[in-house]
Design a protein around this ligand. Structure first.
Ligand code: ZN
Ligand code: ZN
Length: 380
């Protein structure tokens, strides 16, 4: 497989300088980045090709080898630290890409412009424990959780009250830290927000003793949550703007309350349907009976017909769980199981035997059919 010339890949001349290489690479990387071209193999290949070309040409050593010997000169030396041009997976590219755009280009795309923009606060995820019936019919619940608040003592400044502000020692008041970082592309200058002053360029003579200078503290927050009827296990209720504080005037994050529903002693949910297993006696199954069924709304009378087989499922339409954010309800399925009596005394056993002798196999459809099948099978 013949490889394209790296200069050609980037669309630059043989004597392109570092800035021209970066510019050309950045344009291609932006164009073919997988995030912008989902499921496009062609774009993915172009992206890899551009990465490889830039990786080589941006390193003066590798570029020299390439200029002299072409691709052959790089077979052993390409790639940072012994990987060949070994791009093992896409994760690598993501890293490289973010590395470039977070620093390598010295401010093209990066933090120094975005740093002072408002940022939304973090989201808070919590579990909301619900009883089975609470989830079925909805309820208002109070939840409490920890989230960040501005420190009341220093009103969020981080300075001990009564002390003065001063220029940040760490960044000299610029609010950003620049440092060299080594990457596959060689050395570059990365710019990061100063962690000492959080980008403001100012610190204080004495840090607030309550928040240790962070300006924020974790506080317990109580909120009422309206749990909609029909919510199922694992579904989330979003509470917009109830999460952690934003930065630089950005909005608070959100809270996600994840429903965790307790099991019921009688009912099991299957989406909006509810299933209930009910034991009945041999007598009830045989002669039929009017029984009392438990439903989500209370007890109802139900007529079990005579000759009911074990495992029969009765459907009670519209007696299930209300449909979340919709209309109507699921169904209730009652499955009856014939329970075999145990611990019978001698008299009871004798009565059963007498009864059994009085019944012919014609009373048993399933046995009748089974016996016939067995006979057929062993005819010869
Ligand atoms: Zn600073
Ligand atoms: Zn404070």
């Amino acid at each position: 497989v013949s490889k394209r010339d790296y200069y050609e890949v980037l669309g630059v001349s043989k004597d392109a300088n570092e800035a021209e290489l970066k510019k050309a690479y950045r344009k291609l990387a932006m164009q073919y980045h997988p995030d912008r071209n989902p499921d496009d193999k062609g774009a993915e290949d172009k992206f890899k090709e551009a990465n490889e070309a830039y990786e080589v040409l941006s390193s003066s050593e590798k570029r020299k080898l390439y200029d002299q010997f072409g691709h052959a000169g790089l077979d052993r030396n390409a790639g940072g630290g012994g990987g060949g041009a070994g791009y093992s997976g896409f994760g690598d590219f993501e890293d490289i890409f973010s590395e470039i755009f977070n620093g390598g280009f010295g401010g093209g795309f990066n933090s120094s412009r975005n740093r002072n923009q408002p940022r939304k606060g973090g989201d808070v995820k919590l579990y909301l424990d619900l009883e089975f019936m609470e989830a079925v019919f909805g309820i208002e619940k109070e939840i409490d959780f920890l989230r960040t608040e501005n420190c009341e003592v220093c009103t969020g400044s981080g300075a001990e009250p009564g002390t003065n502000k001063k220029t940040c020692d760490k960044c000299g008041g610029t609010g950003e830290l620049r440092f060299r970082q080594r990457s596959l592309f060689g050395e570059s200058i990365a710019v990061r927000e100063c962690d000492s002053c959080h980008g403001s360029g100012q610190t204080f003579e004495k840090a607030c003793s309550t928040c240790k200078g962070h300006g924020i503290v974790k506080k317990r927050r109580k909120v009422k949550v309206k749990v909609p009827n029909g919510i199922d296990d694992g579904q989330m209720i979003p509470l917009r703007g109830e999460g952690d504080l934003g930065a630089k005037g950005g909005p608070r994050g959100d809270v996600y309350a994840v429903a965790r529903i307790k099991e019921h002693t009688l009912f099991k949910r299957d989406g909006n349907d509810v299933v209930c297993d009910m034991p009945i006696t041999f007598m009830q199954a045989t002669l039929g009976d009017e029984v009392v069924l438990p439903t989500l709304d209370g007890k109802v009378k139900y007529k079990i017909p005579d000759g009911t087989q074990s495992g029969t499922v009765f459907r009670l339409k519209g007696k299930g769980v209300p449909i979340l954010n919709g209309f109507g309800r699921g169904d209730l399925y009652v499955k009856v199981n014939v329970e075999t009596p145990k611990k019978l005394n001698d008299k009871q056993k004798k009565l059963l035997r007498e009864f059994n002798e009085s019944v012919t196999i014609d009373a048993y459809d399933q046995q009748n059919s089974f016996v016939k099948k067995v006979k057929d099978m062993f005819k010869n």
